[in-house]
Every structure is written in structure tokens, then in C-alpha cells.
Design a protein around this ligand. Sequence first.
Ligand SMILES: [Zn+2]
Length: 287
Amino acid sequence: MPTLSQEWFTTWEVAPGIICIAEDQHEQEVRSYLVIGSERSLLWDAGMGVADIMREVERFVTVRPESLMMVCSHSHFDHVGDVWRFAEAGVPVHAHPAEAERIARGLSAEQCAHWLQADSLLGPLPTGFDPQTYMIRPATVTHLLNEGDVLDLGDRQFEVLHTPGHSPGGLCLWDATNGLLLSGDQAYAAPLYSYSPDAEPDVYRRSLRRLADLAPQVQTLLPSHDETPIPPALLVAMADAFDRIHDGNAADALVGRNDDGGHERAYDLYDFGGFQVRMRAGWGRKG
Ligand SMILES: [Zn+2]
């Protein structure tokens, strides 16, 4: 396998002991996070698999099974691309049971072909990377995570929050001592996806309300796309937005369409200023 250039990534310390590994050359602007702990470190997602995220991680910590754990926020392609690298290195791979099978299956080059089309790229692909061969390699989840589980890094503990809606096994990680929330794809300042086949708008709404209730304790909110960190007050605004759509009180939606895995899929697009909602067409009491 050729060595890939690493310019695909932008990497910086976004909060004390937390490295953001960003993929700004793709419109999704995916963010993975390396949380450096005193006993072990935690990698929250493994990016798109376009470049080699393990080499970015190795700039900060040694990749060893006893000192690093991989945690998947969920199984969508743009967050699990390089999980296989860590699985091959024997690093424990954690995910919710509802996401493990999809991570174990991976995605073929055919299924991935449309994600790297020119109009979704904001910069060059890494040299040494052949987009024709882009796929999500299968990786075995070795540890299943459920609501209330605790991940201990030594000087930092995360509680696992099961926050489904964007995807069935979507997780957030909550460090109450430091007021730090890793919100995955449940909450970020860009279009929230509540229309994909595995999204459940009613469930998403409940999860957002739960996160909104947590917002007064959140000091640092690190999402898995776009701007980071984002203001914790956005959690309340997002929960309110879903309520308004549900109750028919949101401003009129635009009808949008997205080429989602090769299938055109319609959604209602609501714009709330700091974020948008791509809602399953027709959801909510309209009219
Ligand atoms: Zn996702």
C-alpha cells in the first residue's frame, strides 16, 4: 500500500489534552478526536479513511492495545473509515450494539463511489490515494457500549450516553468533571441529518431534548462535523427546533434532495441560522 500524504488532515489541540483531527478537504468537514489520558487515550471516531488517521494519532500517542481505545460514535462511513487500522493493531474497538454489524460489514468501493465526487471535495485528495479503490474496510467491534458505561482514561472518565435518532446506536461521551461533551453526529452546527433511512426523527427529538437538559453543565461541546467547539446553548436551540418542526411551528421548509448512497432522497430543509435540519419529508404536524 502506498504511503499517503497527510495534508488531508488539519490537527490541533482543541481543548486541554484533546486533539481534533479534521478533514477539511471534504464538504462533510469530519472531526475525529484524540483524548489523551494519563493511563490510556481514546480515539473518538476514525475519519473517512481517505488518508491514514493512525499516523496522525501516532504523532501524539503510541498505538498499543493497552494504552489506546477506539470508540465509534456511530457507523456512518465518514466516521469509521480507518477503524480497521486500529483493529489490526489490536486496539480495542468500542461501539453500540446497534452499530457493530455495519462496522463489521464495511462498504464496498461501489457503495462508496459517489462520496468522493469532485463536487464534494474542497481540496485535493492525498497524493498516493486512488479514489477508484475507496472503500470502508470491515473491522470487528471488540467491546459493545451501552448507556451508562464508563470509559476510564486514568485522569479522565467518560460516561457513555446512548443518543439515537441520527442513527440507532449513536453515542455521545460525557465527562462531567470537565463539562466536556463529545456529541458525535447528534449535534453539530451544520445540516443535521434526520432523514436518512436509519434516522428516526421522533427518537432524534428525544435525544436532543436530553442533551439540551445537560447543556447548563456543558462547558466544552465538541461535535463530529464542521465548527468546533460550538456553544452549548445550541443544544437547547436544536431541541427547540425539533419541537417546532414537530408542532408545525417552524418556518416553512424548503424541499431538498440529496444523492444519498446513489439513491435520490427528498427531505424538508429547515434553516435555524446557526444550524439546519434535513428532516424526513412530511414529519411534524404541518398546516
Ligand atoms: Zn452520521
